[in-house]
Design a protein around this ligand. Structure first.
Ligand code: ADX
Length: 188
């Protein structure tokens, strides 16, 4: 088996803050690890404390955030790990950057209405944004464009966690056997 065959898959979870990206990536990661796969999770909240700590939330800084994360994901995938990326990636231009660096990614739109994400408000950030303390908060003071061509949609308002995770697993399994670089695109 050549080095290329060992490349791990990349799963890019796109969605509003509070849509469920982190929850889905942790649950998915646990299952994959139980199946003896090596898993790396690249979560926006975590990376913004280190690798991307000098970046804010302008359109250009988010683009740079995505670019860095995609390159790290690419290196990790080359080691054979399955890489789960959870970042808002709010604009199509951001997803295009990620897709250009990782053409083999499975892009999952973690979809929930803004009103529900705001009601969940796990970190209290929507409340702060509404109070005017977070001026560029996605969905309030900054835009979120729905992905135009996701490989998969997880509707976290109507589907439970288990069903979302199973859907992604099924996609990854169906994709096995096809070329790693073009795998997920063949599902479209
Ligand atoms: S992205 O837009 O560049 O993809 P990323 O996923 O890395 O964003 O980081 C989003 C996280 O940063 C949110 O989950 C939230 O905890 C925090 N955050 C702080 N300020 C903002 C903001 N203005 N907009 C969005 N998220 C913010």
């Amino acid at each position: 088996m050549g080095a290329k065959d060992m490349r791990g898959r990349t799963v890019w979870l796109v969605g509003l803050s509070g849509s469920g990206k982190t929850t889905i990536s942790s649950a998915l990661g646990e299952i994959l690890e139980k199946r003896n796969q090596r898993v790396s999770i690249l979560d926006g909240d975590v990376l913004r404390k280190g690798l991307c700590s000098n970046l804010g939330f302008s359109e250009a800084e988010r683009a740079e955030n995505i670019r860095r994360i995609a390159h790290v994901a690419d290196l990790l995938a080359d080691t054979g790990a399955t890489v789960l990326i959870a970042t808002i990636s709010p604009l199509q231009v951001h997803r295009d950057i990620a897709r250009a660096i990782l053409p083999d990614q499975l892009q999952v739109f973690v979809k929930a209405p803004l009103s529900l994400c705001e009601a969940r408000d796990p970190k209290g950030l929507y409340r702060k944004a509404r109070a005017g303390d977070l001026p560029e908060f996605t969905g309030i003071g900054a835009p979120f464009e729905e992905p135009i061509d996701p490989d998969l949609i997880c509707n976290t308002d109507t589907e439970n966690l288990q069903s979302c995770v199973q859907k992604i697993l099924l996609c990854l399994e169906e994709d096995m056997g096809s070329s790693p670089k073009n795998g997920s695109r063949s599902l479209r």
